[in-house]
Design a protein around this ligand. Sequence first.
Ligand SMILES: NC(=O)C1=CN([C@@H]2O[C@H](COP(=O)(O)OP(=O)(O)OC[C@H]3O[C@@H](n4cnc5c(N)ncnc54)[C@H](OP(=O)(O)O)[C@@H]3O)[C@@H](O)[C@H]2O)[C@@H](O)CC1
Ligand SMILES: Nc1ncnc2c1ncn2[C@@H]1O[C@H](COP(=O)(O)OP(=O)(O)OP(=O)(O)O)[C@@H](O)[C@H]1O
Length: 370
Amino acid sequence: MKILHSKSVVRETRAFMPPIDGSASGLRKGQSGRILVVGGSSEYTGAPFYASMAALRSGADIAHVACHPRAGAAIRTLSPELIVHPCLDPVLTANEAAQRVLEIAKRVHVVVIGPGLSRDSFMLDVAARILLGLKEQEKMVVLDADALFLCSQRPELVNGYRNAVLTPNHGEFLRLCETLNIPVSDNERVDAVNLLSSRLGCCIVLKGEEDIVSNGTSVCIRERGSPRRCGGQGDLLSGIIATFISWMLGAKAGLYSRQANVPSTKDIGDKHIADALKGKTRVLEESRLSRNAIGDAGAASVIVNLIDEDVMADVPVLLLMCSAACILVKQVARRAFDMKGRAMTATLMVDVVGDVFSESFDEAESKKRN
Ligand SMILES: NC(=O)C1=CN([C@@H]2O[C@H](COP(=O)(O)OP(=O)(O)OC[C@H]3O[C@@H](n4cnc5c(N)ncnc54)[C@H](OP(=O)(O)O)[C@@H]3O)[C@@H](O)[C@H]2O)[C@@H](O)CC1
Ligand SMILES: Nc1ncnc2c1ncn2[C@@H]1O[C@H](COP(=O)(O)OP(=O)(O)OP(=O)(O)O)[C@@H](O)[C@H]1O
């Protein structure tokens, strides 16, 4: 398993982000990300709010929420920014409700399913039909919370859905592994994540103190998060993953002029390997020449950075985007904890996403600080 250095992930991710410095002034509203969150029931209104607001605050242009009518009223009062469709309505048939959501989904880049959906049988039935429809549209989806419960009951819904990203917490992961008869032990957790990903044919983001992202082979993120485990942090992650994936799609479509010719994942890997090798020869020579000046530790750190660049060269773009989102959420959690300690909440995390994002990911801001 590769352990990714946060700074390297951030550096590589920048190539996929829509420029915010005016260099792509031709961008229209919506081209930097349109997200739909399907979730929100009579019990849970916070979860879809956190997911959709985190998508907006990390830079998506538009966020829709498709929810139960009772959640709709509450979510509208929480934010006027969100476009709320109360169409998970039990007065409709499950098929009618799903068709309404699938129509909205045609207009977005990424759909998040699960936050606050609940395990109500009507809601799960609608979610299953939506999933089948989205699979046909080949839509990128992020599945969290109750959508993962649904997958553990009916794994065939996601089987072979290569545009699906599943974001289990530890308990949800155990449940999925149990369904698929995948043994999990502390020592072999990474093998289990890889096996789950390979068996389902989906990308897996296992959340925890370390996050593991796998598409059959895995990378690990070791960014320090918050010691406070308040509810809603996973909801933020699902929305932020959606934003980063929408940028991956935008960059690949050549929308962000700086990145007009974004090559395929394989080409990016090859190009970076070539660049790293070129850089390696040059910098190694420089480090040898100036070894007296920078000392052994300096030379070692140059080499570690170069090795790190090589590690990054092989990381597929989808794994890179998920890793970037994991890093951002951990940084946001840490900031919120530094501000409020035990009183930290997911609402505070939503509030600080923008500041943390620009300090960490926007090049000009992060240069000012370093
Ligand atoms: N404000 C709102 O509206 C919020 C609403 N939310 C919404 O609540 C709904 C229920 O979601 P949830 O994640 O609370 O499901 P939950 O059944 O407890 O967990 C699933 C399984 O995992 C387990 N488990 C969990 N963590 C574990 C761990 N670290 N290590 C080990 N096990 C662990 C846990 O096991 P248990 O603790 O029950 O033994 C359980 O079996 C969902 O719609 C969600 O979106 C939340 O998003 C929060 C904010
Ligand atoms: N022990 C831990 N220490 C630090 N960060 C953690 C720890 N466990 C999980 N996280 C981080 O918290 C975020 C949410 O993960 P968590 O396991 O709480 O998900 P969840 O249960 O789905 O959340 P939610 O409360 O939104 O349903 C992720 O960014 C994850 O990396």
